[in-house]
Design a protein around this ligand. Structure first.
Ligand SMILES: [Zn+2]
Length: 382
């Protein structure tokens, strides 16, 4: 069955000088209107104890230059601010003021072709066609575009597109996935997927560049120069930002390809539902876990399973996947299987178990058991 989905395409933009100025203005205006509306809301609340329902239009008389940017960009600020407020009333943190250079971006909506694309450009309201490079073919109806500028000075448009995906053919193959500590993931078919080597290299590079940045900060401080005026510091800061962006993009790319292949090649995919936040508190594990981006990986698996008509099952994190022998079901005690033990022989059936592969087989079996319960339950109702 085809499914309607919203898909985001990240498109690199190459604005000319005039367009860069327009973007800078737009980032500035959206940041200004956010901060101004927020501070007025706060003042109003302090005086009247109610929420001020202000709109960007009210500010256009006093600040005429707001008219120079896309009005939908300002309208979206109003909407985001409202959303941040209702989140706050539900217990989230209070909306924060935005600082310059901090995630410069604005969002506009497509109204009957105001946002459009050609093979090599993206058309935006008020500024027209901007040269662009598409990573893949954009199919479907564009709903909105978010323009952003990274700390290293690259421009992107994230296009939210409504499109249709078709289910992938069934393969009659199922798989269990365990989060590895040395490997990124370990699969129930016995294979292990390592963390990509280039990622480790980039991370080492990032650490080196950050050290240099810290030194330059010290030098500027010793010379009593402002960081904004220290050219060496700024140059290095840009370098760090570039490596960081490269890591983020490379990792995302790796996770996208891996999750897609797993979904494509299997019908039932079972994973452990790890509480990553709880685990990161454990210092020894924290680096391995944050590095491996487990939670973005499981998110990708979840929505891709839905898109492509496959079944993803999350196994309760208290399920003893490591301590159970996949051969006979014998359960070891915690003391019998300390974390450093990577393989063990079952005292009951003598099977030799690789710690992670054994865990992923148990995860798969548990997943298949849950699928059976679901299926029987569904037929029972019919
Ligand atoms: Zn056994």
């Amino acid at each position: 069955m085809p499914t309607h989905i919203l898909k985001a395409y990240k498109v690199r933009l190459y604005p000319n000088e005039e367009q860069q100025i327009f973007f800078a203005k737009s980032f500035g205006c959206t940041r200004f209107i956010w901060n101004r509306m927020l501070s007025d809301k706060i003042d109003h609340y302090n005086e009247h104890k109610t929420e001020l329902k202000n709109t960007p239009a009210q500010y256009k008389k006093e600040f005429e230059w707001l008219k120079e940017v896309d009005s939908l960009a300002l309208a979206n600020v109003q909407q985001n601010l409202r959303a941040a407020y209702s989140k706050f009333f539900k217990g989230a943190g209070f909306p924060k003021f935005k600082k310059k250079g901090q995630r410069d971006s604005y969002t506009t909506n497509n109204q009957k072709g105001t946002v459009a694309i050609t093979d090599s450009t993206v058309k935006l309201p008020k500024i027209g066609h901007i040269n662009a490079k598409f990573p893949s073919k954009v199919n479907g109806l564009i709903k909105s575009a978010t323009i952003s500028r990274t700390p290293s000075g690259k421009y992107y448009a994230s296009l939210l597109v409504e499109t249709i995906v078709n289910e992938l053919p069934k393969t009659h193959s199922n798989i269990g996935i365990d989060l590895g500590l040395t490997d990124f993931i370990v699969l129930s078919d016995g294979s292990k997927v390592a963390n990509p080597k280039f990622l480790a290299k980039l991370q080492a590079k990032l650490a080196r560049e950050q050290k240099i940045l810290a030194k330059r900060r010290e030098v500027a401080k010793a010379d009593q120069r402002k960081l904004s005026e220290s050219r060496n510091y700024q140059k290095q800061k840009l370098k760090v930002a570039k490596v960081y962006e490269k890591i983020t993009n490379t990792r995302k790319d790796f996770l996208h390809k891996l999750s897609f292949n797993l979904i494509k090649n299997h019908d039932v995919i079972a994973i452990e539902d790890l509480n990553v936040k709880g685990m990161v508190k454990n210092r020894k594990l924290s680096k391995a876990i944050s590095d491996s981006s487990w939670s973005s990986f499981t998110t990708m698996l979840a929505y891709k399973a839905e898109w492509y008509g496959k079944e993803l099952l999350k196994i309760d994190r208290w399920f003893p996947s490591s301590k159970t022998c996949s051969g006979c079901g014998h359960l070891l005690t915690k003391a019998e299987l300390p974390l450093q033990v990577r393989s063990w022989n079952c005292p009951s059936c003598l099977q030799s178990n690789d710690r992670d592969i054994n865990a992923s087989i148990n995860i798969l079996n548990e997943g298949l058991r849950l699928v059976t319960i679901k299926t029987v339950g569904a037929t029972g109702l019919a």
